[in-house]
Design a protein around this ligand. Structure first.
Ligand code: CAA
Length: 268
């Protein structure tokens, strides 16, 4: 998702620093951006010159230090420890007035803000996958988020040609509080032998006009991410209705993480 965010920001005219832990991960992001832009050129949405300008606005790096930026958007793995550590480092690496945003799917923005010396400048900016295609950005205010931070972030989302929606800082926000129980229920239907994966997905695609069935969507999001979000919902609300299906846990334990690992509910 980080590369998707970098792409839409550069396409909107921003100078972007694209960071990942290792060179090969940064390169993977740059390759994905190049592929998406190539498709844009083929389809006549971009000229080769525009493609070149977008790429030239992206500076890749593996270091978090001395970033002279107005906003940093974190899109790391959905794990609290990793995000907490990153927010502490971003707090040191960016100017004190910079906004620190998280693309988290479910983790508390208030908790991330508390890792920094500027919780009023910390906010959630939750994009949807694939970022270049999906219009929604949930904008999540933490307890301490200032109005100025909210206004800047909402305005930025609009500049990126997205539709911002304001939500409050509750587990899973709105998107995953509604989406994940549906995905989990589809996995329970499979677990209990109600129907095959193809049948479950076909019901939701043809019966409810969803672009992807819930099991295909879970594979696309990543089963580890789905499990992490369900655990945040379960812990945060203490309500058994968010209990992750044992079959989802088993898939994650087996390393069957969905599309990215070659196998999830389907094989790729
Ligand atoms: N990156 C960039 N562009 C992509 C893409 C990707 N990974 N995948 C597809 N596209 C583009 C294609 O290039 C195509 O664009 P053009 O028509 O302009 O060429 C367009 O999307 C449609 O693609 P396809 O015709 O190949 O396929 P499709 O019509 O089946 O659409 C889809 C693909 C947009 C992914 C569609 O299946 C869909 O909307 N799926 C549901 C996506 C969804 O629900 N996302 C939210 C997941 S939840 C989340 O992200 C948040 C979270 O916290 C877990």
């Amino acid at each position: 998702m980080g590369s998707g965010i970098a792409q839409v920001a550069a396409a909107a005219g921003a100078e972007v620093v694209l960071h990942d832990r290792e060179e090969r991960f940064v390169q993977r992001g740059l390759d994905a951006i190049a592929r998406n832009l190539d498709r844009g050129v083929e389809k006549g949405r971009l000229t080769p010159e525009q493609r070149g300008h977008i790429i030239s606005r992206i500076t890749p790096t593996t270091h978090i230090a001395d970033w002279d930026v107005a906003i940093a958007i974190e899109a790391a793995t959905e794990a609290l420890d990793i995000k907490r550590e990153l927010f502490r480092r971003l707090d040191e690496a960016t100017p004190p007035e910079a906004i620190l945003a998280s693309n988290t799917s479910s983790i508390s923005i208030t908790v991330l803000g508390a890792q920094t010396s500027r919780p009023e400048n910390v906010i959630g900016m939750h994009f949807m996958n694939p970022v270049p295609v999906m219009k929604l950005v949930e904008i999540i205010r933490g307890l301490a988020t200032s109005q100025a931070t909210f206004d800047f972030t909402k305005n930025l989302a609009e500049k990126l040609d997205k539709t911002p929606v304001e939500v409050r800082d509750f587990p899973g926000f709105v998107s995953n509080r509604v989406l994940m129980p549906m995905i989990n229920e589809a996995i329970y239907a499979l677990y209990e032998g109600v129907a095959s994966p193809e049948a479950i997905d076909t019901v939701m695609k043809l019966g409810m006009n969803h672009p992807m069935g819930p099991l295909q969507l879970a594979d696309f999001i990543g089963l580890d991410t789905c499990l992490a979000i369900l655990d945040v919902l379960h812990d945060g609300f203490g309500d058994p209705k968010y209990r992750a299906c044992p079959l989802l846990r088993a898939h994650v334990a087996a390393g069957w993480l969905g599309k990215k690992s070659g196998r999830g509910f389907y094989t790729y």
